[in-house]
Each structure stands twice: as C-alpha cells, then as structure tokens.
Design a protein around this ligand. Structure first.
Ligand code: UFG
Length: 342
C-alpha cells in the first residue's frame, strides 16, 4: 500500500516507517522536523512540511496516490501540556483536523491514529480495557481524546475507516541498534536515565516515592517501539473504509520507576546517579494496559515484554549515539573513556 506518515521522522513514527518499508509497503514521512530527526528516515522518504498546511498534505497525498494515513504527528509530553495547553490544542486537535481535511480533499479513506493511555481517567480498574471511562486529567489526554472524537465523526460522515491505538509507555530502540529515542526537550524516564549514564545529565530525578505501589514509585506499562510498529502493520493490512476500532497497545505488565532504574543500571553496568523528589503534576500512580483486544482482533503479540530487553535495546543505541541524532555542541566525551574505571 501507499502510506503517508505524519510525524514520520519522530520516535514512534520513524520506527513504524522503517518497519513498513521493510515489509514491502511504499511509505513516506511528512514531518516539520521540529521534534523529528532527519537522520531517522531512510533516504528519499521524507517530505518536510507541517500538519497545519492542508494544501501541501492534500497535494502530496494525491500525487503519491496514498491509500492510508498513519497520523503520528503530535505534541506528546504530559508536563509540557499542563504548562502550555494552547500549543497542545493547536498541534493535536487542529493538527488532526488538518490531516482529516487533507484526506477528504484527496480521497484518502483510511486513518490510523496514535492516541494515548492519557485519554483514560486516573482511577480506572487495572489492567485497563478499551471500555474504561475516558475522562482525561491532563491537557495532553484531553487533546488526544478530542482528536479521537474528530476522527470518529469524520469517519461516520465522510465514509472513512479508522484504527485508534492508545499507546501506553512507548520505549526502547530498534533491535538493530541503528535508531533510537531522541527529542529536543526530553521528559521520558528511560532516555533521561540513559542520558545520565552517558554523562549528558548530572542526575535522574525520580518523581515521588509515596504512591500506593509496591515500592512507592509510579507503575507504568512499557511497550517496545518495534512491537508498536508490528501493530501498525497489522492495522494497515486489515483496515477498510467504514471500519472503526480502538485498541490499547501495552504489554499488560506494570513496572515501577525504581525497577526501570535498576534495569538501566544492569544494562549500563554501573549505578546511575538519582534523587527522589516531589511528585510531578499530572502523573497517575498506576497505568497498565489490557492488550487482549489487539491480540484477539489483530493477531498482535508483543515480543519484548521484559523491561530488561526494552532498556537493553535503548542502551545499545544510546551508548553509540551519546548525543542522539545531533552533532554534539561540544566535543563529545568518548563513551568508552567514560566507562573506564566504573
Ligand atoms: N519519571 C521520573 N523521572 C523523570 C521522568 C519520568 O521519575 O525524569 C517517572 C514519571 O513520574 C512516571 C514514569 O517515570 O511515573 C514514566 O514517565 P514518562 O515521562 O516516561 O512517561 P509518562 O508515564 O508520563 O507518559 C506516558 C505516555 C503518555 C501517557 C502518559 C499518561 O508516554 O503517552 O503516560 O500519564 F499519556
């Protein structure tokens, strides 16, 4: 199929792009490169543009004879969304409307959308099924839920088909070690812990140890980015106009922040400097997916369910790319020298 991936140079988008290309699809990334990385997209597969530009997207969809859109482009940090909701509504709600309008204009009738566990309420029963109440507690979740509504209403009125994926904690790096997680302004646990390990940050802050969990730190469901990519491939191959479905994508297993830290220390082979601080606003204590619906209906099955495999893959990439995709601002410390003596 001919596929158009908004945000295709981002962390999850580029992993899906490479996976789809490897599996015989013809796919292009459309990305404004504000958060995305040119280096994460195979040559000749990137169109630089913004999802606010409906004309550019519609032209591209028509000229590339696109069959389906995979809409990854979004602003995706819970803490940032609390500080700057305007940007989140613009990017995630108006941006999604722009993508849908470009699809209408160019006659594309299939969309796969990256939504989030943050669209659910804080107190749902765990593991969380797709029927749990969607009562988001942070602007990031509200904007993604509003985008889900837009997609459902457009699909009904204009004969589109959709698959909504609600990701839990996307994590890990390509198993081949060539691509990984790298944002301009990082807020996620695993890349931050590994940034401390490569000497790019002084310490990891652990946000709260007074939650009602086994060790007091938050429990999350970490799902490997290659497993997410596999789910997108299965969805692309089975989605038809008129169809509407939503799936949780998680491993079904909860891991605490301290357990993630231990897995990171095991991977790098030395202690990672950290400090326990106050809770971060907007963090629920526990988030665990029930992934049964995706397993049953898509035939999906996550392969990397052990946090040590996930962290190990992230480390293989980070240790060889201490500055991520960017040129280092100052001469990089040799990674091997950094580990000498530890
Ligand atoms: N954490 C720290 N220190 C850090 C960063 C994170 O202790 O420096 C903790 C957080 O408090 C949280 C856990 O590590 O308990 C994971 O945090 P991330 O920022 O990596 O991810 P989130 O759990 O905030 O985000 C995820 C998904 C979102 C989803 C959100 C719902 O990435 O899609 O959960 O809260 F919306």
């Amino acid at each position: 199929m001919n596929l158009f991936l908004t945000g295709g140079a981002g962390y999850v988008g580029s992993a899906c792009l490479r996976h789809l290309l490897k599996n015989g699809h013809n796919a292009i990334a459309y990305d404004n490169l504000i958060e995305g990385n040119r280096g994460s997209v195979p040559g000749g597969r990137l169109v630089v543009g913004d999802i606010a530009d409906v004309d550019a997207m519609a032209d591209c969809m028509r000229s590339e004879r696109i069959d389906a859109v995979l809409h990854f482009a979004a602003a995706a940090s819970v803490p940032e969304s609390i500080k700057n909701p305007e940007f989140y509504y613009r990017s995630n709600v108006l941006g999604t409307k722009g993508v849908l309008d470009a699809m209408r204009r160019s006659g594309v009738r299939r969309i796969i959308f990256s939504s989030t566990a943050a669209t659910y309420g804080f107190h749902a029963r765990m593991p969380m099924t797709e029927d749990a109440p969607q009562t988001p507690q942070v602007p990031y979740g509200s904007t993604k839920l509003a985008a889900e509504w837009l997609i459902k209403d457009y699909a009904k009125a204009y004969g589109m088909g959709y698959t909504i994926f609600r990701y839990f904690n996307a994590s890990g790096a390509d198993i081949d070690g060539e691509h990984g997680e790298d944002r301009r302004d990082e807020s996620h646990l695993i890349p931050l812990a590994l940034a401390v390990a490569v000497g790019r940050r002084p310490r990891l802050l652990i946000f709260g140890d007074d939650f009602e969990t086994q060790d007091g730190t938050c429990v999350r469901d970490y799902i490997h980015v290659d497993d997410l990519a596999q789910a997108h491939e299965l969805a692309v191959e089975s989605l038809e106009p008129g169809m509407g479905r939503a799936f949780n994508l998680g491993s079904g297993t909860g891991v605490t922040v301290l357990e993630v830290l231990r897995a990171c220390e095991e991977a790098v082979g030395f202690p990672i400097n950290h400090e326990i601080v106050d809770r971060r606003p907007g963090d629920p204590g526990v988030l665990i997916a029930c992934p049964q619906r995706a397993m049953r209906q898509l035939g999906w099955s996550p392969r990397y369910t052990d946090i040590r495999q996930i962290v190990g893959s992230a480390w293989r990439w980070r240790r060889t790319h201490p500055d991520g995709y960017r040129e280092p601002a100052e001469p990089a410390i040799e990674v091997d020298a950094l580990y000498a003596g530890r």
